[in-house]
Every structure is written in structure tokens, then in C-alpha cells.
Design a protein around this ligand. Structure first.
Ligand SMILES: *Cc1c(COP(=O)(O)O)cnc(C)c1O
Length: 218
């Protein structure tokens, strides 16, 4: 095991214990965006099998060779998705975290129906109401969930990227509350800077890049 992954696993267990949760109820997504296959392979050798990418094109270019060697990998799409890439995303990914608008839900429904494959999805919520961020408005969640159900898009939970440079806890707590209100079991929240807090506040999926791979150059 690399030190980084051991350290994160220990931190995850500590945070889960404080919250009275089981460590195995939190999934560690290794965010491998911008990393080359050679940078990813050591983590695969260590047994890590859950990875996150933020671009369909980049993932489609680098993952087929890795998936050939490690067919049990689970790939999560965590970045914004254009409707015209819905079919490609459905083909490549096992989980999609960035569902955030009606047109995308309709496109995903069509793509899933055509492919006969329905990746689990998260509704991404613009939890801080920031103009420049992706995600649906808090007030738009109910309608999008109804549409997803009609279109056969399985939404298992909520995902958020809280505002940068402020305490994330209130945003995580709000996302938890919203998921409870809509009876959604999964919560994708927490990154390198704040994953312990996210776990204490109910995260089921944390998305870690920097703490595993080091700082990104771009
Ligand atoms: C890059 C990225 C992460 C990982 O961020 P780190 O701070 O490097 O852990 C998590 N979630 C999303 C949506 C990202 O784009």
C-alpha cells in the first residue's frame, strides 16, 4: 500500500467512528483526472478499484487499456456532462455524479434505454447558490427527481461541491438534510480538504485527488 492511501483509510475510519458510522459505508473514489495511466497503475496494484474522472473524452482515451487489465474497476463521472456526450458517458461509466438539469436527464434516459444499461446517478446540487457553478438549485430538486423517475434515470443520491475557501460543514449538513427529505440514500461530498468533515456529516462517497496523487499541475 502507498502511504497516502493507508493514511486516508485511517482518517476515514477515524471520522466514521466519531460519527458512529461503519467505515465500509463510505466509498473512497480516487480522482484520477489529469493523471496518466502510469500514475494510476500503482493505486490499482494497491487494490484501489473505484476511480473518478471529470471529462468523458479524457476517460475514454486512458481507461480502456487499464480496464483491460483490471476489469473490476468502477468508474465514476464527477465532472459536468454535456447532453451530446450522454451516450458515451453511459457506455463508459458505472456511476454519474453530475446530473443537474432536465435536458441532461432526458438525454441520459434515451441513452440508457438504447444501451440497456443504467448507471446509478447523483443529482448535483449547487448548494452554495453560486452563479458560476454547475448543479441544480435547491428548489429544483423535486421536479428533477420526478423527471428522472419518468425517464428511467436512477437517482441514488445528491452530490455537491461547496463554495471554496469557507467552512464546508454547513453545506454538507444541508445536503444531508435534502437527501433525507427526498429519501435518497447516497451522498457524494468531501474532497482532499474536507473529507473527514463530510464523513462525519453523512457522506457515502468521498472524492479524493490531491491527497492520493499529489498536487495537480493543471
Ligand atoms: C478534482 C475534483 C475532486 C478532487 O479534488 P481534490 O481536492 O484534489 O481531492 C473532487 N470532486 C470533483 C468534482 C473534482 O472535480
Amino acid at each position: 500500500m502507498t502511504n497516502a492511501i493507508e493514511e486516508i483509510r485511517a482518517e476515514m475510519a477515524k471520522a466514521a467512528k466519531i460519527a458512529g458510522r461503519k467505515p465500509q459505508d463510505v466509498s473512497l473514489i480516487a480522482v484520477s483526472k489529469t493523471r496518466t495511466p502510469d500514475e494510476i497503475r500503482p493505486l490499482l496494484s494497491d487494490g484501489q478499484r473505484v476511480f473518478g474522472e471529470n471529462r468523458v473524452q479524457e476517460a475514454a482515451a486512458k481507461w480502456p487499456e487499464l480496464l483491460a487489465d483490471y476489469p473490476d474497476v468502477t468508474l465514476h463521472l464527477i465532472g459536468q456532462l454535456q447532453s451530446n456526450k450522454a451516450a458515451e458517458a453511459v457506455a463508459l461509466f458505472d456511476v454519474i455524479h453530475s446530473v443537474d438539469r432536465a435536458s441532461l436527464i432526458t438525454a441520459l434516459g434515451k441513452a440508457m434505454n438504447a444501451a440497456g444499461k443504467s448507471p446509478d446517478c447523483f443529482l448535483q446540487v449547487n448548494i452554495g447558490g453560486e452563479a458560476q457553478k454547475g448543479g441544480c438549485a435547491v428548489g429544483g430538486i423535486a421536479d428533477l427527481l420526478t423527471l428522472a423517475q419518468q425517464q428511467g434515470v436512477p437517482i441514488i443520491g445528491l452530490m455537491c461541491l461547496p463554495p471554496a475557501d469557507v467552512e464546508a460543514a454547513p453545506y454538507f449538513a444541508l445536503l444531508y438534510e435534502l437527501a433525507q427529505r427526498h429519501a435518497l440514500p447516497a451522498l457524494s461530498m468531501g474532497m482532499t480538504a474536507d473529507y473527514q468533515t463530510a464523513i462525519m456529516l453523512g457522506a457515502t462517497h468521498i472524492r479524493i485527488g490531491t491527497a492520493l496523487f499529489g498536487p495537480r499541475s493543471a
